[in-house]
Write a protein of this length. Structure first.
Length: 511
């Protein structure tokens, strides 16, 4: 290879490195090193290893082409960014295996694999004998409650009317007027008891009054008067006894009817609760609980209930999500342990990163609510904001790491469970440290360093530095622990061009 050809190759590599930019520093550097290794030997003798100079000079044309810029190093506030591997996972609170609570036969399947469903959408329809028995029990209990309520309401009316009748009879009205007034009011069996005893009592009063009148006229003896008086007293006692017995009976019967209604209501509540325990939703008519209903039972009620599908057992989606697994087909028999579907909410995903003890100490305080950044190259996701929801309380004794869990929104579904990702965590803000942009760092002979501006235009000096850690991106700041001081003027853009010139200057001239 001729010397001119060798020079042209190096210039081509220089232009390639300038066009690629910061992302191609190491690649171009490696090519140059490999090129140096294949340089021809002079007269078959081993060439001496050249000494890399520390200064480089660029003319004005090259400086303008390279776009060199510099900054003054000064103590500043810095937040470094560290990246850790992680895996995208589902939110365990938003993923569920949908199972029936009873044994049944699959009538039809509404949801397909991969389908996005809303909360309340029907997924599958089963036919269950257990649900059918529970529905029939609810129906029977509901009918019993309606009968008990009707009986109690009847007893309430009777008790009220009897009380009104007794209050009226105490005033000693005319018997005919009483019969007319209460003719259309339900009194039950107490009507005959009260009115007959009242009639006898009134008759005895009239008889006593008649005998008293005859006795006063000395038309009869005292014996007949006394007999009439005793008859009136006996009739009065019977009437008052009938009043007391009637009052007790109606109150007792009303109390019994009320207790029967309460028992019927409790039985209905229990049967509805058992139906709900089987998974029948609250919007199912069979689970409606209206204890105050007064709807009468119609004559065609049995015709209506004979058409009811009591064994139907629909299963609905508990929340919005995607069907990620399906294992059910029509006519299949399923048990209460059979997983029919897996439903997952993919709008929110989680990732877990494990941070080493050393890195965790470098980051400072990482707390719940902090923001981290997720990057998934294969999903074209970069620096997606995620919120820390958990920080490990202790170190894993085997891996010596601290787990952190972050949660991110995934409305477009680009993040998929199982994908590998990078979790970027920024450290707590540090005050008064010397830092340079990552674009200012170059590596010469395996050592990191920066270029300082010289005393005159176009002169630059390479200086090795010690950095705390290698930056992850060109726009990140690198903390310098040795090699720089406040006030140094460091090249922030175009450092790679200076490195290339430095390497070119270190190559021996060839004839």
């Amino acid at each position: 290879m001729s010397a001119s050809t060798w020079r042209i190759g190096k210039i081509a590599l220089f232009l390639l490195g300038t066009a690629v930019g910061i992302g191609g520093w190491e690649l171009a550097s490696g090519l140059l090193h490999r090129g140096g290794e294949t340089a021809p030997e002079a007269s078959g003798e081993t060439a001496a290893a050249p000494t890399t100079p520390v200064e480089v000079t660029l003319n004005e044309e090259k400086r303008l082409a390279a776009g060199i810029e510099s900054i003054k190093v000064a103590p500043s506030s810095v937040r470094t960014r560290m990246e850790f591997p992680g895996v995208i996972t589902l939110d365990p609170d938003r993923v569920v295996e949908v199972r029936p609570r009873v044994t049944g036969i699959v009538r039809g399947v509404d949801a397909r694999l991969g389908q996005v469903v809303k909360a309340g959408d029907r997924l599958v329809m089963l036919e269950s004998a257990d649900v059918g028995s529970a529905r029939l029990d609810v129906r029977m209990r509901r009918f019993a409650m309606q009968v008990a309520r009707g009986d109690m309401e009847w007893k309430e009316k009777v008790a009220g009317n009897v009380e009104s009748l007794m209050n009226e009879l105490i005033k000693r009205p005319d018997e005919k007027e009483v019969e007319v007034k209460f003719a259309d009011k339900p009194l039950g069996a107490d009507r005959a008891l009260l009115l007959s005893n009242y009639a006898k009592y009134e008759m005895a009063i009239h008889e006593e009054a008649k005998q008293q009148d005859l006795f006063d006229k000395r038309l009869i003896g005292e014996h007949l008067l006394r007999q009439a008086k005793h008859d009136r007293e006996a009739a009065q006692a019977l009437f008052e006894s009938a009043m007391e017995q009637t009052r007790f009976d109606v109150v007792h019967e009303l109390r019994v009817a009320q207790e029967d209604l309460q028992k019927a209501e409790v039985n209905l509540i229990d049967s509805i609760q058992r139906l709900r325990l089987l998974g029948v939703p609250d919007d199912d008519p069979a689970t409606h609980l209206d204890l105050q209903t007064t709807q009468p039972i119609t004559a065609d009620w049995t015709k209506f209930i004979s058409m009811e599908d009591v064994a139907a057992y629909p299963i609905y989606a508990p929340f919005d999500g995607t069907i990620t697994h399906r294992s059910v087909v029509p006519s299949q028999r399923v048990e209460n342990s059979t997983a029919l579907f897996t439903l997952a909410d993919l709008n929110i995903v989680r990732t877990e990163a494990r941070i080493s003890e050393k890195d965790f100490a470098t980051l400072g305080v990482v707390k719940i609510g902090d923001t981290v950044e997720l990057s998934v190259p294969f999903a074209a996701v970069e620096n997606l904001a995620a919120k820390v929801i958990y920080v490990g309380a202790q170190l894993d004794e085997h891996t010596r790491t601290v787990p952190i869990v972050a949660e991110a929104k995934n409305p477009e579904g680009r993040l998929r469970p199982g994908q590998f990702c990078r979790v970027g965590v920024r450290s707590a803000e540090r005050q008064g440290v010397l830092a340079v942009p990552a674009s200012a760092l170059v590596e010469v002979q395996g050592k990191p360093g920066v270029f300082l501006t010289g005393d005159s235009a176009g002169k630059y000096r390479f200086r090795q530095v010690v950095i705390e850690r290698q930056p992850n991106s060109p726009d990140e700041m690198a903390v310098v622990t040795e090699g720089l001081k406040a006030g140094d003027q460091v090249v922030s853009k175009g450092a790679f061009v200076l490195k290339s010139e430095l390497i070119l200057a270190s190559e021996p001239e060839e004839e």
